[in-house]
Design a protein around this ligand. Structure first.
Ligand SMILES: [Zn+2]
Length: 86
């Protein structure tokens, strides 16, 4: 699952097939197809969630105590499936 974080306003949002943007309007992105996504903005940081780990964390959501961790990662600057459009 691809997401975008704006380092200017700290919004984190998932992408869709239509362009979505952050609160301050400086980071935008969208999916081009099932695999490819693009983003723009000097403050835009591409993020990924490992889907399988998120699904497991949702399934095993604790009733109390510590939260259930899942894997999130910062996507490399050069990524063939999630790239920056200038
Ligand atoms: Zn922003």
């Amino acid at each position: 699952m691809k997401l975008l974080m704006c380092l200017n306003c700290n919004d984190v949002f998932s992408l869709d097939m239509y362009e979505k943007g952050c609160s301050c309007g400086r980071s935008k992105g969208k999916y081009i197809n099932q695999q490819l996504a693009e983003y723009t903005g000097e403050f835009a940081l591409p993020l990924g969630f490992t889907n399988s780990s998120l699904i497991q964390a949702i399934k095993h959501q604790p009733n109390e105590g510590m939260g259930k961790e899942f894997t999130a990662f910062v996507i490399p600057k050069n990524c063939e499936t999630f790239f920056k459009r200038f």
